[in-house]
Design a protein around this ligand. Structure first.
Ligand SMILES: *[C@@H]1O[C@H](CO)[C@@H](O)[C@H](O)[C@H]1NC(C)=O
Ligand SMILES: *[C@@H]1O[C@H](CO)[C@@H](O)[C@H](O)[C@H]1NC(C)=O
Ligand SMILES: *[C@@H]1O[C@H](CO)[C@@H](O)[C@H](O)[C@H]1NC(C)=O
Ligand SMILES: *[C@@H]1O[C@H](CO)[C@@H](O)[C@H](O)[C@H]1NC(C)=O
Ligand SMILES: *[C@@H]1O[C@H](CO)[C@@H](O)[C@H](O)[C@H]1NC(C)=O
Ligand SMILES: *[C@@H]1O[C@H](CO)[C@@H](O)[C@H](O)[C@H]1NC(C)=O
Ligand SMILES: *[C@@H]1O[C@H](CO)[C@@H](O)[C@H](O)[C@H]1NC(C)=O
Ligand SMILES: *[C@@H]1O[C@H](CO)[C@@H](O)[C@H](O)[C@H]1NC(C)=O
Length: 836
């Protein structure tokens, strides 16, 4: 699900309190008047010259969106702060005046506006705890605006703004605020995290606009650079192209002027009320208010994944989260890891070095530039930026200077050809692949370039050759099909001809061989049975053990579609997926051949009193991570998005090292289900693991798999089945887990056989993630990319899960169906419900 979908589902909620779209204002004028009147009765939005606000009194902005007053953070009643919060959600404190100097003499603080126009916060004894520090000295008034900005205006001289809270951000950026700096004075508009969720004291995380190269928003933790958005390219920050996809809600802008370089976002009238918060661990969250359910939804977050970690792959390294391997790092073409052994241990910070030194233009041969496409541009600190040069001029300049190692367009509006460029000296760092990424030109020695050219030739010529061949084959095939149409089908000839030239990797096995391999599908060879058909063990090529799935009849899919799907699925390769080795088509028979895994499926371990001891906590944690990576690969592989739709412990096989491998993926495609349709009349899956929206309404998305993953995760930790037949007080595992978690007793959920080996932190974090995954609202569930990230990074903040309402309300219904359908099947079964 894209951010855009998330956005539109947020918008579908009722309008926010502070941004009534015009048409709604016309429909509800009475309501508006009422709001204004009642707000005025409570408090005014203006503090007049000489006036004051004591603890308990507030300023409320004209339309009621924001309130200024005194507050104490949760659990710290003795400390009083002056702040501005979102009226509908008083926990959403957007600005704090006296972060460093809380008032300890509880409710005796007072905010006064002196006749000089200075705001002063006085404690009980009249000492100044904080002041607005303006230089001008003239009578003024303070007004809280509906944007959340507290402005001090001179009473005379046309109300010129003397001071505003927007110039002194705390940890929150609101629409209209600036994140940036004034290059002339060095003044900075930056965010500083709170020290703890209930401690506004400045913490050690900061978010600033780095203006040393191209404008780039950077998160720091202490002196360590943690994350950068990538340079602003005129449309978005280079590493966050998804900004563009919600530009209809928030117009993002970077202002570059002599006295100001700053990022500002404006919200449109339709946008939900949103705020950007730098939390205590340095994660920037864009939270959007859902007025209907009165909660904040996380709309976007940064960093998003491991590749967002600053300089994850070191100098000349390239990070890729969508890789089948668990190594996210590789080197730019022409470079190799400085320390290959470290590299494979995922210590990739050492980076890469050049295979061949640069010639630097003094021989007969010269260097060239290799384009790396689709990336977030490297850190532009210490670079040369020329906003008037064209890309060609840049290339020439970079070429002429030996220390210049790369260049790129600085502004991609208008194709990026004529509007400035940036040149890197000595090295590049912090590069990752992103969708809609930019082109980066990296300098390589001529010899490397020649090598690459040969490969390029191969890359161009081979596909051309292949497509010519494929075309020829296709024509021949068509001719053959036409001839075949007239004939009676001879089943034996089909298998060879169906083999296109491009499918050499996927062997098509003859039906006769399979009959032999499975001893004519004997009962003794049967491994199990699922909704898609029976699975047999077989021996191919004398000594190769394989698992053969004989698909049930009536898939309704043609031979050609089947072939296409199998070829696609066979290309999916990941260490956490069971490999598809081949297939066989014989008349109406369709068979799939998989690698055979001697260890059994996950359910036979975690639910078995004796076998569960084999899986200690580190092993289970690895299994959880492995499943999440396999699923991420299925969801986000660039060529096709596979939604598993029937994820459950019996579909997770364990190899000899207890590494998990997801099986039965892509069955919906192979079986003829339409994966592009978000709504299906054929609900495949197993109750308990099916998300509510899929089970009830047939609507599925990658978030349906997230749900199943959450259930499995909780099962792995607890060793309890979702149906939870033996803990009588709870309808199911989710309700039980939720109840323990809510009471702060989540550790009680952990399987008693794990208590010796278990790390409480990891287990609690897993339970938390599990509960996030099984939330009723698909939008609330994380994407698998976030899940992988949350599992790998212990310090990532997790949002608060909501109660999984599905089962508390709908369980009994599902339970009945489950009992009806499962009576005749074993626990390996797959419940298929059709024609709902
Ligand atoms: C606040 O204003 C009230 C009158 O409205 C006045 O009596 C009081 O002295 C003022 N307090 C301070 C600290 O200025
Ligand atoms: C003021 O704070 C002290 C502790 O610091 C507490 O005992 C007292 O009850 C508080 N008084 C009021 C009026 O809140
Ligand atoms: C606390 O405030 C009261 C007035 O409300 C004042 O009399 C007292 O001196 C203050 N104490 C301190 C320690 O500031
Ligand atoms: C007020 O500004 C001056 C310089 O303009 C600075 O020296 C002083 O520390 C500031 N005071 C506060 C409380 O920020
Ligand atoms: C944001 O809104 C303000 C006031 O409506 C306007 O002056 C400014 O140009 C807008 N900025 C952007 C980026 O749309
Ligand atoms: C090229 O320049 C480097 C130093 O920049 C020098 O060491 C090398 O000898 C030069 N090679 C030629 C062929 O001039
Ligand atoms: C830029 O130069 C400074 C000072 O030499 C250095 O601390 C910093 O790491 C450099 N930045 C990058 C991205 O190399
Ligand atoms: C090459 O680029 C570096 C870094 O920008 C600069 O310091 C140096 O002066 C340049 N050399 C020439 C000859 O332009």
């Amino acid at each position: 699900m894209s951010i855009w979908h998330l956005a539109s589902s947020i918008i579908m909620g009722a309008p926010t309190t502070n941004r009534f779209p015009n048409h709604l204002a016309m429909i509800f004028p009475v309501l508006l008047l009422f709001l204004r009147a009642s707000a005025a009765a409570i408090a005014s939005d203006t503090l007049n010259n000489g006036g004051n606000i004591t603890d308990g009194e507030t300023l409320v902005s004209a339309a009621g969106s924001f309130t200024l007053g005194f507050f104490s953070p949760t659990g710290v009643p003795a400390k009083r702060y002056l702040g501005i919060w979102f009226t509908a959600s008083p926990d959403a404190v957007c600005w704090v005046a006296n972060r460093d100097t809380p008032l300890s003499n509880n409710t005796s603080g007072v905010l006064v506006i002196a006749s000089t126009g200075i705001l002063r916060l006085l404690d009980g004894s009249g000492q100044t705890a904080w002041s607005s520090n303006t230089t001008r000295s003239a009578p003024a008034v303070a007004q809280l605006l509906d944007t959340g900005n507290l402005v001090v205006r001179e009473q005379s001289s046309g109300g010129e703004v003397q001071w505003q809270s927007f110039d002194h951000p705390s940890n929150t950026l609101l629409a209209g605020m600036r994140l940036g700096m004034d290059p002339q004075t060095g003044a900075e508009w930056s965010l500083t995290s709170w020290r703890a969720p209930n401690d506004p004291t400045p913490g050690d995380c900061r978010r600033v606009m780095d203006t040393r190269g191209l404008p780039d928003c950077v998160s720091w933790q202490g002196n360590v650079k943690k994350y950068r958005t990538g340079p602003w390219n005129g449309l978005w920050f280079s590493g966050v192209p998804e900004m563009a996809s919600y530009s209809e809600l928030f117009s993002n802008q970077v202002v570059v002027r002599p006295d100001e370089i700053a990022y500002i976002f404006n919200a449109t009238a339709d946008a939900p009320f949103s705020r950007l918060v730098l939390n205590e661990v340095g994660t920037l969250l864009r939270l959007a208010w859902d007025p209907a359910s009165r909660v904040w939804n996380t709309f976007a977050q940064a960093p998003r994944d491991v590749c967002d970690d600053y300089a994850m792959c070191g100098a000349f390294g390239l990070c890729n989260v969508n890789t089948a391997s668990t190594l996210f790092c590789s080197c730019v073409v022409g470079f190799s890891p400085v320390n290959p052994s470290q590299w494979s241990m995922r210590e990739s910070g050492g980076g890469c070095r050049r295979n061949v030194p640069l010639e630097c233009g003094n021989g007969t041969t010269t260097d060239g530039f290799m384009v790396v496409r689709g990336v977030k541009l490297p850190d532009t600190d210490n670079t040369t930026v020329d906003m008037s040069a064209t890309l060609d001029q840049c290339r020439a300049r970079c070429f002429a200077n030996c220390s210049c190692v790369a260049y790129a367009a600085a502004d991609i509006r208008g194709g990026g050809a004529g509007s400035g460029c940036v040149m890197w000296t000595n090295y590049i760092v912090d590069v990752r692949y992103v969708d809609k990424g930019q082109d980066l030109y990296v300098r390589l020695a001529k010899s490397e370039f020649a090598k690459e050219k040969r490969m390029d030739v191969a890359r161009i010529v081979l596909p051309v050759l292949a497509s010519v061949l494929a075309l020829t084959a296709a024509c021949l095939y068509l001719v053959w099909i036409c001839r075949l149409r007239g004939q009676r089908r001879n089943n034996n000839v089909q298998k060879k001809e169906i083999l296109g030239d491009e499918n050499l990797e996927l062997p098509f096995v003859s039906f006769g061989d399979i009959v032999t391999a499975t001893n004519n599908f004997s009962e003794a060879n049967m491994l199990g049975q699922g909704g898609f058909g029976k699975v047999y063990k077989g021996m191919l090529d004398k000594n190769k053990e394989v698992a053969i799935k004989r698909l049930g009849e009536g898939s309704g899919q043609g031979v050609e579609e089947f072939r296409n799907e199998v070829v696609l699925i066979a290309k999916l390769q990941h260490r956490n997926l069971v490999r598809l080795l081949g297939c066989c088509i014989h008349g109406d028979e369709k068979l799939l051949i998989y690698e055979y895994l001697p260890n059994k499926s996950l359910d036979s371990f975690i639910f078995d009193a004796a076998s569960k001891k084999v899986l200690d906590w580190p092993t289970r944690f690895q299994i959880i991570k492995g499943i999440s990576r396999g699923l991420l690969y299925l969801h986000q592989d660039s060529r096709l998005t596979i939604i598993h739709r029937d994820l459950k412990p019996s579909n997770i096989l364990l190899d000899a090292d207890m590494s998990p491998k997801i099986s039965d993926f892509g069955m919906a495609r192979i079986f003829g289900g339409n994966q592009h349709e978000a709504n299906t009349n054929r609900v495949v899956g197993t109750y308990g693991y099916m998300s509510p929206e899929y089970a009830m309404d047939g609507v599925f998305s990658v978030k349906s798999d997230t749900y199943s993953f959450g259930v499995i995760l909780l099962e792995i930790i607890s060793g309890l089945k979702i149906s939870l037949t033996h803990i009588t007080n709870f309808p199911n595992l989710l309700a039980y887990a939720w109840s323990l978690w809510k009471e702060g007793k989540a550790m009680n959920l952990v399987d008693s056989s794990l208590l010796g080996s278990c790390s409480p932190n990891e287990a609690l974090r897993c339970i938390h993630i599990g509960l996030l995954c099984v939330q009723d609202n698909p939008n609330g569930r994380p994407l698998m990319s976030s899940v992988v990230f949350m599992l790998e990074n212990e310090t990532t903040a997790l949002s608060i899960p909501k109660q999984p309402v599905y089962f508390s309300q709908r369980y009994s219904e599902a339970q009945e169906t489950r009992e009806n359908t499962s009576s005749s099947m074993s626990n390996m079964d797959l419940t298929v419900l059709e024609g709902r």
